[in-house]
Design a protein around this ligand. Structure first.
Ligand code: DGL
Length: 264
């Protein structure tokens, strides 16, 4: 039994979709969420830079006494998960392996589409994780860099968002994927639009719920679950707290209390 908080981090706001799944799956746990709003986006940055930023956030969360760290950011998971695990005194869980697991469970044909930031797609991390679970899977990947700013703008159903989605997703439709992995924290907010563009026969997989299940399993295995009582969620950003509060409420589906600013 362990009352220490879980650390969750992302390049910015998007990881709140993962935090939300954790709140639902593990209601007795307290969470410290760190959003690196001063340095978002991570998607176009080099692996070295993303590793350095992620390492700094890990050090910050460890110093706040977390009992485990959830890397909610797909780009960070893609470039830095191994690096973080090597440097952490507590368990570290990323979003890619759980997302891959959900995709492999959902596919009938073995033809899987993956969308994500430029960094996530270039890393090949989803493809490797999917093929480790199902060697004969055919993975078609597509970077969708314009989706993050569209979501930050709140343009979930804007005609411009639809036009861009049709352009990005056309090759995946042509490849006849039967599952589309939303390999980025922001994409779950575009789900209705993406579902319409891909058509009813394509299942959309988002890694948030599967990640929450993986975290619950890991905490239980290591006897780190909290024994209930009151929980306390804290949100920390490296910059621009007003924007985080405003857009964050949409991601989380509720108002954010206790937002601190901590430039790293
Ligand atoms: N959080 C990032 C991810 O899931 C998206 C935003 C960014 O590019 O930093 O890949």
């Amino acid at each position: 039994m362990n009352k220490a908080p879980l650390g969750v981090f992302d390049s910015g706001i998007g990881g709140l979709t993962v935090a939300r799944a954790l709140f639902e799956r593990l209601p007795q746990e307290s969470v410290i969420y760190f959003g690196d709003t001063a340095r978002v986006p991570y998607g176009p940055k080099s692996p070295d830079t993303v590793r350095r930023y992620s390492g700094e956030i890990l050090a910050y969360l460890l110093q706040r006494g977390v009992k485990a760290v959830v890397v909610a950011c797909n780009t960070s998971t893609a470039h830095a998960l191994t690096y973080l695990k090597e440097r952490s005194s507590v368990p570290v869980v990323g979003v890619i392996e759980p997302g891959a697991r959900a995709a492999v469970a959902a596919t009938r044909t073995g033809t899987i589409g993956v969308i994500g930031t430029a960094g996530t797609i270039a890393s090949g991390a989803y493809e490797r994780a999917i093929k480790a679970l199902r060697a004969d899977a055919r993975v078609h990947s597509q970077a969708c860099p314009l989706f993050v700013p569209l979501v930050e703008e709140g343009w979930f159903e804007h005609p411009a968002a639809e036009l861009i989605a049709r352009e990005y997703l056309e090759p995946l439709k042509r490849a006849k994927v039967d599952v589309l992995v939303l390999g980025c924290t922001h994409y779950p907010l575009l789900k209705p639009l993406l579902a319409r563009v891909m058509g009813p026969e394509v299942k959309l997989v988002d890694s948030a719920e599967e990640t929450a299940t993986a975290v619950a399993r890991e905490l239980e295995r290591l006897d780190l679950l909290s024994n209930g009582g009151t929980h306390d969620h804290r949100f920390v950003v490296s910059d621009d707290e007003p924007h985080f509060r405003k857009v964050g409420a949409v991601f989380l589906g509720e108002k954010l209390k206790h937002v601190e600013v901590a430039p790293l």
